[in-house]
Design a protein around this ligand. Structure first.
Ligand code: SAH
Length: 481
């Protein structure tokens, strides 16, 4: 198990173990170091020639470009290539020569696929994301420099770990290995809230002493599945959700007592029952074991009540920067009719409502709409209405009724928007569209559509919402031609 020492980067200790004699200028296997063929595939030496859009190192092998996790441009490494069906799987075996951009991360998150680029210096991460956005957005103009995070660690307000057994059959907590249900034991993550990680460790220790069994997906036996800790970064409130396969919690009262004794900072504890067979962390049913069942957080000066199940941006520091930029781009005067499409719990719309005439929020998820309405009341906001609907269908109806809209914020899921939505936008003809996206590839697709249908991309602003991971967020402004 990796040990937590400090949150900053340590200097890389991936010292070259042997210096290659000849310089290998091409990117093919080094002839001095012939490829080794074995049952397990081919192992050979490569030089990494760039990064994929997911932050993986690129190598060339027999005319094919392969991706290698945890490898940086310019680095020399021994890589094992295994054929898997029609694909080739390339895995880093040993680093021979390391890059100056490499740092030694304190946790094994990259193995879990969670922090795919935590081995990269933060400056290099920013450069990488900028380049991906620049390349994708080329048809629309030059992107602004990415808005980075001052302390790109410990930022998550929602922290989840999963329980399992180690070889000695003791309960452990950690994260799943990629594409598998094997748990990599971890006592923290570089992007988790530090208090949350300590609470998760205590829960794991208590589970051991209370002899709670982890749930086994294969047999359906056992009790504890996950622990989720949500933190109100500004309020200091903390929610602990124990996710279990059944409501029969043996020793519940003593468990809660012990947990609260070690962590008096916890403000509420819930038991969530999840007996499903998919990869969702939370089930439908929940029971408040202590406190009021929700926490409060403050974002852009507004208060939001967050429940265990509600969707909420996971990096509040960068979310404030993203929303401020989005609202600046909307250039509101106080009179406009504003649509907040794909609004989640209404955060963008509620922040914008202070500078707009009225706001119409549209969101598919019922619970999120309920949260949005509750949050607008909580903040005394009277000029925002929220509707539970498919954003595309709702916009089609608005276009049919010739409704008047001045500004549209849209923040669709990774798959992007759809033609119903975009074609209705073109009919409604808002002056400005502010498009927030967590997937620049689908964003580019939608921007192309809007460019052909009356709009011009005026500004492209990447924001680093997810440091240490390869995820990229960008906000763009479109105006009517
Ligand atoms: N703007 C919010 C949420 C963005 S996440 C925020 O900043 O927090 C995208 C949201 O789109 C999710 O809440 C998801 O439930 C919602 N969504 C997904 N498909 C949708 C659809 N077809 N119509 C409306 N909302 C949708």
């Amino acid at each position: 198990m990796t040990k937590r020492k400090d949150r900053g980067y340590k200097k890389s200790n991936n010292k070259p173990k042997s210096q290659p004699k000849g310089k290998s200028k091409n990117f093919k296997a080094n002839p001095n170091n012939r490829p080794q063929q074995s049952k397990k595939g081919v192992t050979a030496e490569f030089t990494c020639r760039g990064l994929s859009s997911e932050g993986k190192g690129l190598i060339e092998w027999e005319g094919k470009q392969l991706e290698v996790a945890n490898l940086l441009p310019g680095e020399k490494a021994e890589v094992q290539i295994i054929k898997k069906g029609r694909y080739f799987n390339a895995e880093l075996k040993r680093l021979i020569q390391t890059s100056d951009d490499r740092v030694q991360p304190p946790f094994k998150d990259h193995e879990s696929g969670g922090c795919q680029i935590q081995h990269m210096k933060y400056e290099a991460q920013a450069r990488f994301k900028q380049k991906v956005v620049d390349n994708l957005m080329k048809p629309f103009g030059k992107a602004k420099p990415i808005i980075t995070m001052d302390h790109p660690f410990d930022y998550r307000n929602k922290n989840v770990m999963t329980f399992g057994l180690n070889k000695k059959r003791q309960i452990i907590s950690g994260l799943y290995a990629p594409n598998s249900h094997r748990i990599i034991p971890m006592d923290g993550s570089i992007i988790h809230d530090q208090k949350a990680d300590k609470i998760i460790q205590t829960v794991t220790q208590l589970a051991k002493s209370f002899k709670l069994q982890p749930y086994d997906e294969d047999t359906g036996q056992g009790f504890l599945r996950h622990v989720m800790v949500k933190v109100g970064k500004q309020s200091g409130e903390i929610m602990v959700v124990l996710v279990a396969a059944s409501p029969m919690f043996k020793g519940k009262n003593n468990f809660i007592k012990a947990l609260r004794k070690d962590h008096p900072e916890i403000t509420t504890i819930l038991l969530n029952i999840n007996n499903r067979n998919d990869s969702m962390v939370l089930g439908e049913q929940e029971k408040v074991l202590f406190g009021k069942g929700t926490i409060i957080d403050t974002l852009c000066g507004l208060e939001f009540e967050i429940s265990a199940k509600s969707f909420y941006q996971i990096n509040p520091v960068q979310t404030e920067k993203l929303y401020s930029r989005a609202i600046e781009l909307a250039d509101l005067s106080g009179e406009e009719t504003v649509v907040d499409a794909y609004c989640g719990i209404g955060t963008i719309g509620l922040v914008a409502s202070q500078k707009a005439g009225n706001v119409i929020g549209i969101e598919l998820n019922k619970g999120a709409v309920r949260d949005a309405i509750r949050n607008s009341k909580r903040n005394g906001i009277k000029n925002a209405r929220f509707y539970q609907a498919d954003a595309g269908e709702f916009m089609v109806q608005m276009a049919k009724h010739n409704d008047h809209v001045d500004v549209v914020f849209m923040d669709p899921p990774r798959s992007g928007s759809d033609e119903a939505f975009l074609s209705s936008l073109a009919k409604l003809k808002p002056k400005r569209i502010v498009y927030v996206s967590c997937n620049p590839e689908t964003q580019v697709r939608d921007l192309k559509y809007l460019s052909k249908n009356g709009y011009k991309v005026e500004e492209i602003q990447p924001v680093d919402m997810f440091p240490q991971t390869s995820h990229i967020e960008a906000v763009t402004l479109l105006t009517r031609k």
